[in-house]
Design a protein around this ligand. Structure first.
Ligand code: XIL
Length: 386
């Protein structure tokens, strides 16, 4: 059969895409095709779960829905998305009076067009360095508690009104527990009279707005040694929510797992599996659901060799998912980006001492699936149905 010039070009492009992307035009899960790539969301869905990722609204060379290569990964693997930055106050709130919804709206439109759900991240990232600078410098006036409550509730009602029925799960509060287990303080928490008052009001406002949505407290306490106090602080906060009757449904476990120290005997890094299970047991015993909200693997301390490094990252993640998937309360797993090149970890200090890029995500820079992708697929395949 003869090809037209245009068909010829299309065929060449398809081949090129296949070559550099690890066969991403191949049918998902086609049996017998050695290079077929499993859809992580399809595998999750078969178990009553969802798999998803963070995505941005930046230019076409970033981890954005505008990047066609990146968008293909999302379409293959994801049934749920979360905006990497576009719902944060720093992006939504240029000043005390206005809202800039456009970048987030574009991401939501992409998700809906592709039948993907979206999570809301976050209504209050409670760390001073992640507040807009105007808020940290804000003059709360003569009745600071009233003004702080007004600012917070206006923000939450405006956002939740706008996305009513379209976003069913919110990280209402992100990272208010410090690593020494105390609660973070910001200008708005001082103005309202304390961090508990602020976070309680955030959840109460969200619940009044959205009686049926999943309201999540999200944080990065993790299983590596050194996180003991952070975990204890999070448990204390969760206990306090229950004691005060604050409407919180789930703990978002960010899952930025990390190899800070290389252990040649295991090929990966140290972790406190027993203590981590105990932490999770305590969380679910308080009747919280759990989510993995921001999974990636910081390979900062692994030796440079790429194939050994990819294997170690995958093994470390496999061990993590073996524990996490034991909990039927876990139904949503979101990665903080699907492709190494756009991972926030490339800028997150400390960088690798050898100057190499981190290999934290399921896909490499050329959109080829890595061992991490197949280990995630295998973990989901062996998970029990929920
Ligand atoms: C990060 C983004 O990935 C970066 O682009 C941004 O500069 C800073 O925030 N925990 C969170 C996420 O809850 O919102 C953070 O995202 C990563 C750590």
């Amino acid at each position: 059969m003869e090809m037209t010039r245009r068909e010829g070009l299309a065929a060449v492009l398809a081949l090129a895409t296949t070559a550099c992307s690890g066969n991403y035009s191949s049918p998902v899960n086609s049996v017998g095709t050695a290079s077929a790539i499993d859809s992580l969301h399809k595998l999750a869905k078969a178990k009553g779960m969802r798999f998803g990722s963070a995505v941005g609204a930046g230019h076409s060379g970033s981890g954005s829905f505008r990047n066609t290569g990146y968008a293909s990964l999302l379409k293959r693997d994801c049934g749920i998305l979360v905006a990497e930055n576009e719902m944060k106050w720093q992006s939504l709130r240029p000043d005390p009076l206005s809202f800039n919804f456009a970048p987030f709206d574009e991401i939501l439109a992409f998700a809906e067009k592709n039948n993907m759900a979206m999570r809301g991240h976050t209504l209050m990232w409670h760390r001073p360095q992640w507040q807009p600078s105007w808020l940290e410098a804000y003059d709360f006036g003569t009745n600071p508690a009233t003004e702080a409550a007004r600012l917070l509730t206006t923000h939450i009602t405006t956002v939740t009104d706008r996305y009513r029925g379209r976003i069913l799960s919110y990280d209402v509060v992100n990272e208010t527990v410090m690593e020494d287990s105390t609660l973070a303080q910001t200008a708005i928490s001082r103005a309202i009279g304390g961090t508990e008052a602020l976070v309680d009001l955030a959840f109460q406002t969200a619940r009044a707005q959205l009686p049926d949505a999943q309201l999540v407290y999200n944080d990065y306490m993790s299983w590596e040694p050194g996180n003991e106090k952070h975990r204890a602080g999070v448990l204390k906060l969760l206990e306090g929510f229950r004691a005060r009757g604050v409407p919180v449904d789930a703990l978002g476990i960010q899952s930025h797992i990390r190899i800070d120290t290389y252990d040649p005997s295991t090929g990966t890094g140290p972790r406190q599996e027993r203590e981590w299970r105990k932490f999770l047991d305590e969380v679910v015993a308080m009747n919280y659901d759990i989510l993995i909200t921001e999974f990636d693997v910081n390979d900062q301390a692994l030796p440079g060799d790429i194939s050994a490094r990819d294997r170690s990252v995958a093994d470390y993640a496999k061990a993590y998912f073996e524990v996490m998937l034991d909990y039927p309360q876990l139904k949503d797993v979101l990665a903080w980006g699907m492709c190494d090149s756009y991972s926030w970890l490339q800028e997150f200090k400390p960088l690798r001492t050898d100057g190499l890029a981190k290999r934290a995500c399921p896909y490499s820079a050329d959109f080829a699936p890595k061992p991490l992708h197949s280990k995630l697929a295998a973990a989901l395949q062996t998970a029990s149905a929920r």
